[in-house]
Design a binder for this molecule. Structure first.
Ligand SMILES: Cc1cc2nc3c(=O)[nH]c(=O)nc-3n(C[C@H](O)[C@H](O)[C@H](O)COP(=O)(O)OP(=O)(O)OC[C@H]3O[C@@H](n4cnc5c(N)ncnc54)[C@H](O)[C@@H]3O)c2cc1C
Length: 429
């Protein structure tokens, strides 16, 4: 197969939509599978087999991500910061400290860009949707993090004739990198990268709505984390034409393993190494006013560093410098992420499954070997997420979801009971 269908059929599509945006013959569309994941689908009767889609795909093992640092999991770090937007409204409505939104508004108001590609909640289908925001009001309306998938790079390519900034995840920044290499020019003028530990199926949102009791057709807004009730990191909040609903964060965490995307288990790029600035929540970095929210930032390019300095000078954001290593430690990159990536690559490699990267490119990076229990857990999650992704029957998907929930509940119970013994036998951390 000489097109992107190869990637989708192997469950390696990140749903970025770059292939769809670059295809001249209109043969590729983004569709939703039975398990609620977004993926690229090719109309073989129109495809000319030009191969362009494969050359920019972050799921294609034949193209190598640029090794721009000694440790690709960390990426190039010019400087690190923690801080927040100085506009209290932007800070309060934000996911972390509102630095992303403050910077996007700043770029627009200074006319450094004509618009910004952001992600909004589409109440027509209760799914995230990438849009071009051309006003401060639209940018502010798009605040917060949407963990279900959307095709951000497709929207970027639809606006490639404009001078824009874009907010992207690691896989999306990777396809922009490949695009720049293929075309000889970069696309957005500013790339703001979110740290990302994974994307989820749209069914994740459906299930949360179901638990809340809010009718789907009444939903007017959806926040995975909202600071209004109790401050950062916030609880789930659903806005509706009737009352608003607040649900405890523990519900979101409990469902993660049910709706996680298989491809995300094979990702090294949580720290968004191909951005101008990469941002995230201040995990592991204490600050006295954390309940109001702060964003941690790694400047990865000189342009990104200059943007931070200008925004500080013009009283848009307030930041204090901290070591980038502290931010990376807080995201548990060297322990958890590397262990998961190398274990997942080993497990899928042993089974002869197609992988998004050539593991040889990662030679020489040390990682902590998983405990027996951790290895089993990663293996099981790979099996489940791959299986559910590829199933065509909705009934079967619903059956698998129910079984997985039961399995996770039982696992939790059993592990609680046997953990002290496993610790003695050194089979778990
Ligand atoms: C899928 C996902 C996984 C994440 N994982 C981590 C993690 O592991 N560790 C961590 O510290 N932080 C993670 N984050 C980032 C974190 O949640 C915040 O987005 C970040 O700290 C910026 O906060 P802020 O207050 O400055 O942004 P805000 O001012 O709230 O602005 C956030 C911007 O991100 C845009 N956006 C929201 N969802 C998406 C999306 N799916 N794709 C592209 N743009 C989007 C919004 O439209 C908005 O413009 C994740 C975010 C997402 C979306």
């Amino acid at each position: 197969m000489t097109n992107i269908q190869l990637i989708s059929d192997n469950a390696l599509c990140t749903a970025c939509g770059a292939c769809c945006g670059i295809c001249n013959s209109g043969a590729i569309s983004m569709v939703t599978n039975a398990a609620g994941f977004l993926l690229a689908e090719v109309d073989e009767s129109i495809c000319t087999s030009c191969g362009k889609c494969l050359r920019i795909c972050p799921g294609n093992p034949d193209i190598t991500p640029a090794m721009n640092s000694r440790d690709i999991f960390h990426g190039k770090c010019l400087s690190g910061y923690i801080g927040h937007a100085l506009n209290p409204h932007i800070r309060q409505k934000s996911q972390s400290g509102g630095i992303v939104t403050a910077l996007l508004c700043y770029l627009l108001e200074r006319k450094l860009v004509e618009g910004t590609v952001i992600n909004t909640f589409n109440k027509d289908n209760n799914r995230p949707r990438a849009v071009l925001a051309s006003s401060v009001e639209e940018i502010i309306n798009g605040q917060g993090s949407l963990y279900a998938q959307s095709s951000v790079v497709k929207t970027i390519l639809e606006n490639q004739d404009k001078n824009i900034a874009a907010v992207v995840l690691g896989c999306q920044a990777e396809s922009l990198q490949h695009l720049a290499k293929v075309r000889g020019n970069g696309l957005p003028s500013y790339v703001i990268g979110l740290f990302c530990s994974g994307q989820y199926s749209g069914k994740y949102i459906d299930e949360i709505l179901h638990i809340s009791g809010c009718k789907k057709e009444q939903v007017t807004g959806f926040r995975f984390k909202d600071k209004d009730a109790g401050g950062w990191p916030g609880n789930l909040k659903i806005y509706s034409s009737g009352k608003d609903y607040v649900l405890n964060q523990s519900i979101r965490h409990r469902l993660k393993k049910v709706y996680e995307n298989y491809r995300c288990l094979l990702c090294y790029n949580q720290m968004n190494i191909y951005s101008d600035i990469a941002v995230g929540d201040p995990w592991g970095v204490d600050k006295f006013d954390n309940l109001k929210g702060n964003t941690v930032v790694i400047a990865r390019t000189e342009k990104g560093e200059a943007l931070i300095a200008d925004a500080v000078r013009d009283n848009i954001i307030s930041v204090e410098e901290i070591p980038a290593g502290q931010i990376i430690d807080g995201q548990t990159v060297d322990g958890r992420l590397k262990t998961r990536f190398f274990t997942a690559m080993q497990v899928t490699g042993n089974k002869g499954l197609m992988q998004p990267y050539d593991i040889k490119k990662f030679n020489g990076i040390a990682y902590r070997k998983p405990s027996m229990l951790k290895r089993l857990e990663i293996k099981r999650q790979l099996d489940y997420t791959r299986r559910i992704y590829r199933i065509k029957s909705i009934h079967m998907v619903n059956f698998l979801i129910r079984s997985r929930k039961l399995e996770l509940m039982l696992n939790k119970l059993v592990i609680k009971m046997v953990r002290p013994f496993l610790k003695i036998l050194k089979l778990t951390a």
